[in-house]
Design a protein around this ligand. Sequence first.
Ligand code: GLC
Length: 718
Amino acid sequence: MGDQIDGLIDELTLAEKVSLTHGAVDPDGRATGYIPGVERLDIPPLGMVDGPLGVRIPGESSTAFPAPLALAATFDVDLATEFGTALGRETRGKGQDVLLAPGVNLIRVPNNGRNFEYFSEDPVHAAAFSAAVVEGIQSMDVIATPKHYVANNQERERASIDVQVGERALRELYLPAFEAAVDVGAGSVMTAYNTVNGTRMSDHDRLINTVLKGEFGFEGYTVSDWFGTESASAAVNGGLDVEMPGISMEEMVAPMAEDDGEASADDGGVEAPTDAMSDDEEEGETMPEEVANGMPDPETCERFAETLADAVEAGEVPEERLDDAVSRVLGQMDRVGMFDGDRVEGDVDTDAHRDLTERVAARGTVLLENDGILPIEEDADVALIGPNVDEAILGGGGSSETSPVVESVPADAVAERADGDVDVVRGLPRVVGVSLMDYLSGDTDLEPDGEVAIDAATDAATDAEVAVVLARDVATEALDRESLSLPDRQDELIEAVADANDRTVVVLNTSGPVETPWREDVAAIVENWYPGQAHGDAIAAVLYGDHDPAGRLPVTFAPEATYPTADERRFPGVDGQVHYDEGVFVGYRHFDRIESQPTYPFGHGLSYADFEYVDASIDGETATVTIENVAERDGREVVQAYVRPPAIDGIDRPERELAGFAAIEVPAGERVTAEIDLGSRAFARYDDGDGWTVDSGEYVVEIGRSARDSRLERSIER
Ligand code: GLC
């Protein structure tokens, strides 16, 4: 097709070429990003939709998958490929061509409002899931769009913040998930809103042209985040290929507003988001100021449609650069079969996808504590408590919002699964999530309902054999969490219930780390993340032992003040700049360095089974490990391999770094031997002068269950 594309470019007029480099209004009002194509030359339109948790089209439903953080907690890359394949199948099933996923930014800040959309605090773990999900999506003739390139690690002032970050941290932490996506052929990469070291990411010649397209060999097209550009010529010369959405905010929001039964934007019947962002109360529901601070300003974006052709004719943008951008877009359209018509049909809300949502939600569940109370005895009488027990926690707010066909709520699913009595008491008013899409469409009825009834909850707990409390946090795009504490008196509810019944289980549905001040007072703690549409069935299966909670923490849980970003200069930043002064010491790397014991370390997770580490050997870049399950029930173990480098004067390296991992089924009483690929950079560090460097010396490979639970060690010389 290369020659055919070259031929097409030769035939395209300048105006037609420009039309292939920016968004336009989708006449069907379904695609979030839309390039109309060129009918004269049989170039079809290109439809782009969000997102990482499922396909979002205003007024339509599709599978609401668990949050990517829950997927990452499985440490099972084969499952991640299956997850991506299902996302791709639903994208095609909805007649779209591009999925604006996966989100692959590193989890640097525990408060980040979008952590639920991402994979990990560790770059090797994040890269493995980035590649697996991209491969799955693209196996369905869909263009994946790993995002947001790069160092978009907070939502506060995301459209204006300048990230001051060193090259080594970029190379070792923030770039690997994008590099891995490119290595498996990602067809698109979305640039971030923020600037990096003073240059806007959509214009970043070094990080886009030199690194992404040059060093990494990226052959697809780069697309801006929505309203994430400024000067058209600076962006195109900097390596940006496509500007989105290319239309006004009012035009973009109109389909959502119509979906909510609101008047369409063009008759002024709905507040345009710029109005919605205003503090003008009489126009009805408006977006809170703190959320608006995380939104882009559409007025700062120069439209490619209005200025790019002139820039080319004026010689500001070489036509060869425009041709390259168009060639990249057409090349990806060809790669997914949009020219020859031979494409995967796709499907939505299949039984297999419904099953997958439960498997991922259950497998990604992390058993943080268990005194033996879990799994719950079948015939136990249970008090099921929590302000949101009657709803499925689908995800967080923002462009990743989903709308499932079916959903399973804990109150019904536990009642159905249990043989004993189940007494359901909410105990508090509903903890209400934030829907950015509702704010944008002007349809916000996000009001808590219910009343404070902690006494009713403690009475139910007193009368039950087991008390189960479900608690959630609230997270959304465009806003970071004010604190890591559970909101709205949930800690108080948990403490009161634990006082009433010492057989209390806490189930957390959160977007990332949370404080657990009551952990010494409860019998078990389960982290169930944002589980999606299968919430109820998945948590019932874990609580009653149908699924082994095989999740392991993809992020460290620790007291908020102990994270490396606790300092204002490091998060949210001062005077418009955020300083990544911690360098590569993010997550467990940091806690090792300050010799602080986190509440629950990276990689931590208990099991209903019991594993012994029998033997390990290292051959080159492969670790071979034998595990025995000495319990009487099958289980899944996540074997983790960390590398401890030699101490070398003047070189400040993390004490240990994850090199590889394997999630394995181990039947009761049996041994399983697994191979772990330690990766080509397992022993390397990035040197600002020499690039990737392996220092000579003795390296210790730790094989174990978490960053703080090494079971076997093997030394090798490099
Ligand atoms: C949003 C998000 C991005 C999303 C895009 C389209 O601002 O940052 O993740 O894909 O716009 O909705």
